[in-house]
Design a protein around this ligand. Structure first.
Ligand code: WT7
Length: 637
């Protein structure tokens, strides 16, 4: 599809931006007109950031899947909606047209109905990267159920915490997932999670890897058998549920500075409008383009830019199962050539890890269909930016550095491919509708250019977080309480002489490891569960490949005799409690932690030690026991 809201040159960007600030309601109303509604909205926006309470397109009615599927059928029904590339390059890939995707979503919506799913029910999805994952999400949206996708790298304990928080009575999973040379036993992890969750009524299992699975009578059913039942019923048409603009579309859990992940809630209409608006403009999507986002659908990037925006735009979304480095470090480039990919969207951590293999894996790869390259998830260093630009884009393709968050639903700061200028390691300018500002610790606005501060947003955009599931006060405290009347991002930011924004990293106790968000408090809680551990403190340190590595300082009841062994055991506990993504890279056993007289851990000091910047530790006179600092410095691992 093409959209009138696509800006085509710098002047149009400036005009759109100015209009979006001068008259946001008219601006977003014009954008929203380009979607399919059951009923138009009565008014565009009601908001306050104090409670917070934000509503877009009030009393508008729609079903997002009619925008993702039905509206494309008449003209583009035979166009590929999803291209799926399996883990093993020797396995046949799949192409699913809009007609087929519509059919499959309807079929699975029947499965959900047959199993008693109703509007508003929460459904947890824990699957690998198979086409049935977006099919399951869209089927949930079709019947008005709220999906909560959990990334395959989370442990049973993490899953059961999320199931309880969301009150999810339904689970959709796979027997296993292929990831490089591994076969991950997803259903077995779900079985462990469910030991403590007897409120779960139904588990639907898609057969992907054919490993042995335990199927519990009365609870677990096979996806394919449920589909056969629907076929026997004659594939009845499921009427898409009419949703209010503000009805929740999904919950996605993410980490914050407390130990407990929070369920970010996104709305039906605002999310759809902004995700699609940002997709069409940032990547300058053209009808027929093949868009390849390498993220896992378990993260917001996959929700927004593999599933919802690309399908709303009538585009072709390529999703792959597997790893960039398996069977070799040429995997992504082979996929680009095989499927003639036009837009490639990946993470700095992937670029850095592929860079480390040198140029050999690029030999014989054409990459000549590429038009636009994107990055997301963490700051990209200039070296990686230039490598991507030169060796992948051959200096022909604009590189967009897209800054956003799970909570923002879509890209907030980014250059628009070929429309606004790029600057290596800068997310550059705000999208139309986004009003960033920098504030100091007191919340005073920092005006002018060539300045740094904490990044806030002063006006709502359609896909802003609506609440944290089950605990609205937590949403207020996390994002709207630090500075009055502002959304606080948790990021530090520099604005250069020309007004370009450069994200400098988190200013709270949240780590960004390989583009994955992990709370230090979560890792500490996990470590503290290990027998013999008295206390721990976790900080990030610069890591060549991962961006940030995890450094844990641990106090044991007794210093371990075999430190290596104890480290391995603690890692195993973190694995169990959170999952492999949260495993510390370094563990140092210490006898004390640098604390103030009031008992607060001085993380600033620990960060300097972890970074190896011993001389920059600064003042330690306010510490309860300054001597511990010397001990920790001497024992650095
Ligand atoms: C945090 C959000 C948004 C999808 C992936 C991560 C960091 C994200 C960039 C970028 C510098 C970035 C920020 C942000 N971040 N994109 N282009 N440049 N930093 O989503 O898990 O919600 O994490 O990732 O620190 O706050 P997330």
């Amino acid at each position: 599809m093409s959209f009138a809201f696509q800006v085509k040159n710098f002047d149009e960007y400036k005009q759109a931006y100015e209009k979006s600030v001068a008259d946001p309601e008219q601006f977003w109303s014009d954008v929203a007109e380009e979607f399919v509604w059951r009923r138009k909205w009565d008014s565009v926006l009601e908001w306050n950031f104090t409670q917070p309470d934000v509503k877009w397109f009030i009393n508008g009615k729609l079903n997002i899947t009619e925008n993702c599927l039905d509206r494309h059928l008449a003209k583009h029904g035979e166009q590929p909606a999803i291209i799926w590339e399996p883990n093993d390059p020797n396995e046949q890939h799949k192409v699913i047209t809009y007609n087929e995707l519509h059919f499959k979503v309807n079929q699975f919506a029947n499965v959900l109905k047959n199993n008693g799913v109703k509007k508003g029910d929460r459904i947890c999805i824990y699957m690998g990267m198979v086409p049935e994952l977006p099919i399951a999400m869209l089927a949930c949206a079709r019947v008005g159920a709220i999906h909560s996708v959990i990334f395959g790298g989370f442990s049973a304990q993490s899953i059961s915490d999320r199931l309880k928080d969301a009150g999810a009575e339904f689970i959709i999973t796979c027997d296993g997932a292929f990831r490089g040379g591994k076969d991950i036993a997803l259903k077995a992890i779900i079985d462990d999670a469910l030991v403590a969750c007897d409120f779960v009524k139904t588990v639907i299992v898609y057969n992907r890897t054919s490993i042995p699975v335990s199927m519990i009578k009365g609870r677990d059913v096979w996806w394919h058998e449920e589909i056969e039942k629907v076929e026997a019923q004659g594939n009845p048409v499921v009427h898409a549920e009419e949703m209010d603009a503000e009805d929740p579309l999904f919950i996605l859990y993410t980490s914050g500075s407390t130990g407990k992940p929070k369920g970010v809630v996104h709305s039906s209409a605002g999310y759809m409008v902004y995700a699609t608006y940002s997709f069409v403009n940032v990547f300058q999507y053209q009808p027929g383009d093949i868009h390849f986002c390498t993220a896992d659908i378990g993260w917001i990037t996959g929700h927004s830019y593999i599933v919802y925006s690309v399908l709303c735009a009538g585009g072709t979304s390529l999703m792959y199962e597997g790893l960039p480095t398996w069977p070799d470090a040429g995997r992504l480039w082979d996929i680009v050539d095989k499927h003639k990919v036009n837009i490639l969207y990946t993470a700095p951590t992937a670029i850095r890890s592929l860079m480390a293999y040198g140029l050999n894996p690029l030999e014989g790869k054409k990459l000549d269909t590429l038009k636009v390259l994107g990055t997301v998830g963490e700051p990209i260093n200039e070296e990686a930016w230039h490598w991507y630009d030169e060796h992948i884009g051959k200096k022909r393709c604009p590189v967009v550095d897209t800054w956003w968050q799970t909570e923002t639903g879509g890209i907030m700061l980014s250059n628009l491919a070929g429309v606004t200028p790029s600057k290596p390691s800068y997310a550059t300018l705000p999208l139309p509708g986004i009003q960033p500002m920098l504030v100091d610790e007191q919340g005073k606005e920092i005006m002018g250019n060539d300045v740094s501060g904490n990044l806030c947003i002063r006006f709502p955009w359609p896909s802003i977080i609506r609440t944290t599931y089950g605990d609205h006060e937590r949403c207020r405290l996390n994002y709207f309480a630090a500075y009055s009347n502002l959304y606080f991002t948790g990021d530090g930011c520099y604005r250069d002489a020309q007004g370009n924004y450069r994200i400098t990293g988190r200013v709270d106790d949240v780590l960004n490891v390989s583009g994955h968000r992990i709370g230090t408090a979560e890792v500490e809680n996990a470590i503290n569960m290990h027998t013999g551990v008295l206390e721990s403190a976790v900080v990030g340190y610069p890591h060549d490949l991962k961006g940030q590595g995890i450094y844990a300082f641990v106090i044991m009841e007794q210093l371990p005799e075999d430190a290596q062994n104890m480290r391995a055991d603690i890692l195993q506990t973190v694995n169990r409690v959170i999952g492999p993504i949260a495993r510390p890279d370094k563990i140092q056993f210490v006898t004390g932690l640098p604390k103030t007289r009031s008992g607060k851990i001085m993380r600033r000091i620990l960060r300097k030690i972890a970074e190896g910047e011993m001389s920059a530790i600064g003042d330690t006179t306010t510490l309860l026991d300054p001597a511990v600092v010397e001990d920790i410095k001497n024992g650095r691992v």
